[in-house]
Design a protein around this ligand. Structure first.
Ligand SMILES: [Zn+2]
Length: 178
């Protein structure tokens, strides 16, 4: 961020008056430009004991497997965002069963949320974001080829608790840089 989006003055970086954190702010119109964590919203879609995974067709982590998900958009709920991303990345329309995991990544300024979701059928297909989309039984999960540690955490939690139902406990965890 270099310029004020209100008046185009070059921004200053420092603690604004009456604040306690350094932030970008405008020395001309005094607007403070807050930067807050972003929410990444995902599903863990299930069809007959199998988990839907997507092989990434885009960077980062091109060619590795992930759960469908992405950045939440303005104007939608977290769950709606997860379902939208699931359609965009895997052409599946599951229904939300429950919130499964909240993973904080404070150093990356992100929060990842995973919903357990039930697929109405096995329909799914590759997209511009996923070169391959497939269903995996828990013992078939490609653990050595997963794209993200958040996805690993959600999958491990699901596999560990899936038979203890009916409801699964909510995983609340954080991931820090290695
Ligand atoms: Zn300004």
């Amino acid at each position: 961020m270099k310029f004020c989006n209100q008046c185009a003055t070059p921004l200053a970086y420092g603690v604004p008056p009456d604040d306690n954190m350094p932030r970008f702010h405008c020395p001309a119109c005094l607007v403070v430009h807050y930067e807050n964590p972003r929410i990444i919203t995902c599903t863990l879609p299930i069809w007959q004991q199998q988990i839907l995974l997507c092989k990434r067709a885009i960077e980062p982590q091109l060619g590795l497997w992930t759960l469908p998900g992405g950045f939440m958009e303005n104007g939608e709920t977290v769950a709606e965002g997860a379902l939208r991303e699931t359609w965009e990345e895997a052409r599946s329309r599951p229904t939300i069963r429950q919130l499964l995991a909240i993973v904080d990544l404070p150093q990356y300024h992100q929060v990842h949320m995973f919903y357990l979701a039930d697929m109405p059928n096995a329909d799914c297909a590759p997209t511009s974001e996923s070169s391959e989309v497939a269903l995996f039984h828990p013992h078939e999960i490609p653990w050595d080829h997963l794209a993200f540690r958040t996805v690993r955490a959600a999958l491990e939690h699901y596999v560990e608790h899936r038979d203890k139902g009916p409801g699964l406990p909510l995983l609340e965890t954080r991931i820090t840089p290695r």
